[in-house]
Design a protein around this ligand. Structure first.
Ligand SMILES: *Cc1c(COP(=O)(O)O)cnc(C)c1O
Length: 387
């Protein structure tokens, strides 16, 4: 074992089962390990490095801001934070943004907004948030409570109270659950990522939104993974023709720097007042400068390119030997393989392709700007590994 692997195993908390690979450099969608072996990166740091490693435009935007002001407290104005909030609102129709540093924190903000909104409009008893079974909303005690997967809960009781879970794609079941629990908000991922790359049924999503709006229940869409171009739309909810009350995002927005955002719509823009919420690092100018560089390039032509690459992957994998089904949207793809996913992943790694898994599936989240020839190279390795 190399020095770094040994030191890491000794001193870093054992929360991650690392693969025996140390990544030392990269450019775009190619990364290199400490032995000089090259890999096509089909995971992009779990949908984080939207334009790959060390993208030139992103690096120059980030380093310019780094040399100017690396941090100021939120007691003062800084330009990247203001401009990013403006860009997010102009491109989504949302009204205001609260910046955090991660997806879980973006969801914490959404949950606080929902609780305050409902308490003021409907009374102190209305605080429960309904989420879907098989969802994933983060690792804090509150976002774990929101996460509809029991196995994440077991060791950490008691979690924050006030969460119930309903089955995805079962509208009558969800409505019954909402009525039984005096629900303040409904939170969902348009494509369940950690849950196995499963897109929600459009009729279900629209039905949920119609029911929620008729009862003044807030709709929170968790776009931490699906957002920022990942599904071939700027935000995945845009494929569904809905207008959420709150949208949360993180992962890919900063292009590799920690940034989360909670976008507030017409109903929710004024819920939080002075002192109701805050974050020391939230809206950091370097992270926001990185995000501006990413978001400003996610235009219609670019998103059409994401959809084209998606169509290519869906097409090569559909019906291929050893692949039982293909799921997902855009460059967020799940493969149900005949062989165990861990075995396929290991084989791909040997052959120079880094993949992810989600539940029992192979999960692919390449950089949005991955060149077609690298995508083809990776696809052929994956196809071979599945056989
Ligand atoms: C990754 C993820 C989160 C948590 O984000 P962190 O930045 O790890 O806190 C929340 N929701 C969804 C849908 C995610 O994919």
């Amino acid at each position: 074992m190399s020095d770094i692997k040994q030191i890491d195993s000794q001193y870093v908390a054992n929360t991650y089962k690392r693969f025996p690979v140390e990544i030392v450099s990269g450019v775009g969608s190619l990364v290199c390990d400490d032995t000089g072996k090259e890999y096509v990166d089909m995971g992009s740091g779990i949908a984080v490095t939207s334009f790959g490693i060390a993208d030139e435009e992103w690096v120059s935007a980030v380093t310019a801001q780094l040399g100017r002001v690396q941090h100021m407290s939120n007691l003062y104005y800084t330009e990247p934070c203001a401009r990013l909030a403006q860009m997010l609102c102009e491109r989504t129709g949302m009204k205001k943004v609260f910046f955090s540093n991660s997806g879980a924190e973006a969801n914490e903000c959404a949950i606080k907004v929902a609780r305050k909104y409902a308490a003021e409009k409907k009374g102190a008893d209305c605080y429960t948030i309904l989420t879907l079974e098989n969802s994933f909303h983060g690792r804090t005690l509150t976002t774990l409570a929101a996460t509809g997967q029991e196995h994440y809960h077991e060791l950490f009781q008691p979690l924050t109270p006030g969460f119930v879970h309903a089955k995805a794609n079962d509208l009558p079941g969800l409505i019954a659950c909402a009525e039984a629990n005096n629900v303040a908000a409904i939170m969902m991922e348009m494509v369940q990522g950690e849950g196995g790359v499963i897109a929600l049924d459009p009729a279900f999503v629209r039905g949920v939104c119609d029911y929620a709006s008729a009862h003044d229940i807030l709709v929170i869409v968790d776009e931490v993974q699906t957002g920022n171009g990942r599904t071939g739309a700027l935000y995945a909810y845009m494929h569904y023709g809905i207008t959420p009350d709150v949208v949360t995002t993180a992962k890919g927005i900063g292009g590799g720097l920690p940034l989360g955002a909670c976008l507030l719509g017409e109903k929710t823009e004024s819920v939080l007042g002075y002192g109701d919420h805050g974050s020391t690092f939230g809206g950091n100018p370097v992270c926001c400068a990185g995000a501006l560089s990413i978001l400003s390039r996610l235009d219609d032509a670019f998103l059409a390119g994401v959809r084209e690459k998606s169509a290519y992957l869906m097409d090569v994998f559909s019906g291929a030997e050893g692949i039982e089904s293909v799921s997902g949207m855009g460059l967020m793809i799940g493969l149900k393989t005949t062989k165990p996913a861990a075995e396929v992943l290991a084989r791909c790694m040997e052959c120079g392709v880094l993949c992810l898994t989600a539940k029992d599936k192979i999960r692919l989240l390449p950089a949005l700007n991955i060149p077609m020839e690298l995508l083809q190279r990776a696809a052929h390795v994956i196809l071979d590994a599945c056989k």
